[in-house]
Design a protein around this ligand. Structure first.
Ligand code: ZN
Length: 90
């Protein structure tokens, strides 16, 4: 097992609801996936042609700006997932 400070790592699930800047009646769910990738429920994120791990949208940027510690926790979780994959854990 990798020795990491547990409290610094985020866990998969809903992270925050970010309000649309263009339409205050709309809000999008930013979620940390099991794969460590931060997802957004907005169409701009879902219809990007990049792989999910490389997608960004303004809500995720807004999330990272407003919750830098949580965003760092997501990055820590993703690093742990990727380390586990490299070590061949199944
Ligand atoms: Zn979005």
């Amino acid at each position: 097992m990798v020795d990491k400070p547990q409290e610094a790592m985020a866990s998969p699930g809903p992270l925050a609801v970010m309000r649309s800047m263009s339409n205050p009646n709309k809000a999008y769910q930013v979620t940390l996936g099991e794969d460590g990738v931060v997802h957004c429920s907005c169409p701009a994120w879902r219809f990007q042609k990049l792989p999910p791990s490389e997608r960004k949208c303004k809500h995720i940027r807004q999330f990272e700006a407003e919750y830098p510690r949580l965003a760092a926790g997501c990055a820590a979780y993703r690093a742990a997932v990727e380390n586990a994959a490299f070590e061949g854990v199944d």
